[in-house]
Design a binder for this molecule. Sequence first.
Ligand code: URA
Length: 250
Amino acid sequence: MVFDSLPAERALEILRGSFVVTPASGGDPAAARREVAEAPGPTVAPLAMVRPDKVIQPGSSDGFDPPADYDALRSAAIQCTRCGLADGRTQVVFSDGHPDASVMVVGEAPGANEDRTGLPFVGRAGKLLDLILASVDLSRERNVYICNVLKCRPPGNRNPLPHEIETCSPWLRRQIELVRPRAILAVGTFSGRLLSGRDVALGKLRGQVYTYQGIPLVVTYHPAALLRNPRWVRPTWDDFQLLRGILERS
Ligand code: URA
């Protein structure tokens, strides 16, 4: 992997410089990626304890059973009217990347850019996510599938409501069953709590490996949170090393 040769501190500088503090790589993601690819270095993080599946998992109490064929699932989801978010959306944001990807990234909910384009993580936070993924040799073009807990934008970008998460989560559950990635990366509190089944703060969720449906799951900070708070870049880096460790061992 490309990242085998990048010292953690340098990568942190790249991430901070491009998006948060001062431009190393001139603030240019392509330059940062080149720098990642060319840098010498690194260590492999130890794999943390794998915990058993927890009790709370995505699913709906109304018995809704989404299609078990990927194309049928997508067609059904993009016409979904199962909750009130359908009224305010421009379009359903189902996924980006490959359905046969090795890593599945699960975010929170579409924002304005995603609602307009129909693709997850296309704004500033998405660009940061792409850069961090690239630093561990992952990209939506090659080996990453990206989606969200909610498929429709909550008005004014408010937090997802519990009933929206419950109503929407059968889509996510089926996506995970069909994509069957080698690892899941939950970014942010809502996906982290949903998939780990633990109702605790993100700082307590991150830093370990869970399993969801037998698939290793890592929880980390949402890229939008990193843009606001550079202190979380370092723990995010550590979580990506956990992810990398899983991929190297599987
Ligand atoms: N934040 C998310 O959690 N998902 C997106 O698709 C965009 C921003």
